[in-house]
Design a protein around this ligand. Structure first.
Ligand code: SF4
Length: 204
């Protein structure tokens, strides 16, 4: 069961295959893994004991950043993200990044994002679309169109205490990307445009 894996010199953390979205570009529809790693489909959601045991045996030499990403939305297990981040902080000097769809408020209404303060160094949030309607088409969240505003609000709050970036995948057209850029600029958040890939890229 692959809980930790390497990608582009970083250590990626795969805590869940759960996700409330069904993005049209999701790599999970096309491949079982990325960059030659073992399958990222989990036999079960790993316990904290399984996570720490896997962390201890993982070859961490030369790795300076850990990324919560994996084959699913990490914040489906928000409490486990926090617990794992605290453990990695205690047992390494790695920087911690969270790749997320930004919908934790809908998945876990009681989760206080302030507990990520001082714990997560940077967050990458899938902006994905220039409007709530298009977001609903591209990301297909189970919560419907209200998700877009929730995601933007999450980004604004995270920006107050950690480095925050947006991503879009270039399956939307260039005019839509420019609207996304304007939204990101207005919020003072950098935007990264990712190329649509099917078998060798991280996807959140
Ligand atoms: S790309 Fe990420 S947010 Fe979208 S369906 Fe896949 S795992 Fe979920």
């Amino acid at each position: 069961m692959t809980i930790f894996y390497k990608f582009e010199g970083k250590m990626y953390i795969n805590l869940t295959n759960g996700c409330p979205c069904k993005c049209v570009f999701c790599i999970r529809d096309n491949a079982d893994s990325i960059s030659g790693n073992d399958s990222l489909w989990l036999e079960h959601e790993p316990s904290f004991e399984e996570i720490t045991a896997a962390f201890e045996t993982f070859d961490k030499k030369g790795i300076s950043e850990a990324v919560f990403c994996g084959y699913g939305e990490p914040m489906v297990r928000a409490d486990m993200v926090v617990k794992t981040a605290e453990y990695i902080r205690e047992h390494s000097d790695m920087k911690l990044r969270l790749n997320t769809n930004g919908l934790v408020k809908l998945m876990h209404p009681d989760f206080d994002i302030n507990c990520l303060k001082g714990l997560i160094d940077s967050v990458s949030i899938s902006l994905n679309a220039p409007s709530a309607a298009r977001y609903n088409e591209v990301t297909r969240p189970s919560f419907g169109e209200k998700s877009y505003e929730v995601m933007l609000d999450f980004a604004a709050k995270m920006k107050e205490f950690c480095h925050t970036a947006f991503t879009v995948v270039d399956i939307i057209d260039s005019e839509e990307i420019e609207v996304c850029r304007a939204i990101a600029d207005k919020m003072g958040i950098p935007l990264r445009v990712r190329a649509y890939v099917t078998d060798n890229e991280s996807y959140t």
